[in-house]
Design a protein around this ligand. Structure first.
Ligand SMILES: [Zn+2]
Length: 409
């Protein structure tokens, strides 16, 4: 079971100074920064997935890449651009979510083929169009809704056929995409894709589905799956079901979830093998949007806020060094919290994480390198590293699940 990490320009400045909170002034973005596969001494994924929409942008809107980065991506190819050792896998997709609202996909099959081929991908996923509906016992898909589902499924299958025909001389291995609105309609797609000639099939549109719904789809398509057909789950990360997924022919999946939860989840943003913790908020008075609004509206006094922010950071660093007591840290944190979040205090959650100090027990390179800073919710240098730490934890969990499966066999 291989795990692909969908890249979206996720890298960190390795020379960031956590005391002065400054980047190295000579740093060149991306070139001097480090990706997760460069930051850790152990792999945290088996490969990366890169979307055409992220690199190229969508309909006049620039993607995440600058013009220069985009040109370099095509000139150097995916492996050199990401400084990715050759033993990693790479998967390209179209980024169908970014044009899901359009009537038809915004790329041609030729453009997609060229994108994968020129950049040197291991695998390329055929051009697809997302189906949003999913049938439940209470909600049948009928009428106009059903027509639209069928239309999008048909487009995806037509593009898959064209993609495979034109793929004959390409250097990457092709995946067809199955979309559906019920287990049976997913099965229809899989049957047709196998007929076209695919033995690698990506299952799309499953991100919003419940795990039980995903398993129902997999059970259904497992009945009609050719023995050598392999499935890739697009955007699905449900590690607790890895063994079942594997029994149904899933050989890979991709997900940004561990990273995104480190960055955006409100409560469970620092993961460990056994427990999820809440990161400690120390918002930057001059850079956090919420803080800036509060200052601009006159709700809080900027000088006082600066003073409390500084007191929090100093006490946290002192706590890490063993010279400040937990009680003092919590009192500084709650004092500051009253200013930016007067409604619901998180003192209990902060107490919990300061008591357990999970970062001290984590063997990952991020926690070893930056210590308590990994648990501070405060700008990208820390938040993205926390996301990387979560990626490490998720990959370790996956490996341990895979080991368990091997022992059973
Ligand atoms: Zn860690």
């Amino acid at each position: 079971m291989k795990f692909f990490f969908p890249d979206s320009h996720d890298y960190v400045d390795p020379s960031f100074n956590f005391e002065t909170e400054k980047n190295n002034e000579h740093r060149v973005i991306q070139r001097d920064d480090k990706y997760a596969h460069e930051l850790f001494s152990k792999p945290v994924y088996d490969g990366i997935l890169v979307s055409k929409a992220i690199v190229d942008g969508v309909k006049g809107v620039q993607g995440r890449y600058s013009v220069a980065q985009r040109q370099r991506f095509f000139r150097e190819g995916i492996y050199r651009f990401f400084r990715l050792p050759k033993h990693y896998l790479t998967m390209g997709d179209c980024g169908a979510f970014s044009y899901a609202k359009e009537y038809e996909p915004i790329y041609t099959v030729d453009e997609v083929n060229e994108f994968y081929s020129n950049s040197g991908f291991t695998y390329g996923i055929s051009l697809d169009h997302i189906i949003f509906d999913f049938e439940t016992p209470k909600k049948k898909v009928t009428g106009k809704q059903l027509e639209e589902c069928l239309r999008r499924q048909e487009i995806t299958l037509e593009k898959a056929e064209e993609f495979l025909i034109k793929n004959k001389d390409m250097s990457f291995a092709p995946y067809g995409v199955a979309h559906g609105w019920s287990p049976e309609s997913y099965a229809d797609s899989v049957i047709k894709l196998q007929k076209i000639g695919y033995d690698r099939i990506a299952l799309g549109g499953m991100i919003p589905l419940k795990s039980s719904e995903i398993l129902n789809v997999l059970k259904c398509i497992n009945n009609i799956r050719n023995t050598k057909t392999q499935f890739h789950l697009l955007g699905v990360n449900r590690l607790e079901h890895i063994a079942e997924f594997s029994n149904y022919g899933v050989t890979s999946f991709d997900s940004t979830s561990p990273l995104m939860r480190g960055l955006k989840d409100d409560k469970k943003n620092y993961h460990t093998a056994t427990e999820d913790y809440t990161a400690i908020g120390v918002p930057q008075v001059d850079a956090n949007n919420n803080m800036r609004k509060l200052v601009a509206s006159g709700s809080i006094n900027q000088n006082e806020a600066f003073k409390l922010e500084k007191a929090c950071l100093e006490s946290l660093i002192g706590f890490e060094k063993g010279v400040v007591a937990k009680k003092e840290v919590l009192s500084a944190l709650t004092e500051y919290e009253k200013l930016y979040n007067s409604k619901a205090s998180r003192v209990d959650l902060m107490d919990k994480v300061l008591t357990d100090q999970p970062w001290k027990k984590c063997p990952c390179d991020v926690c070893k390198d930056i210590g308590i800073h990994v648990i501070l919710k405060r700008a990208a240098a820390r938040n993205r590293r926390r996301g990387f730490h979560n990626l490490y934890v998720a990959y370790e969990k996956l490996q341990s699940e895979l080991n368990k499966m091997n022992q059973v066999k």
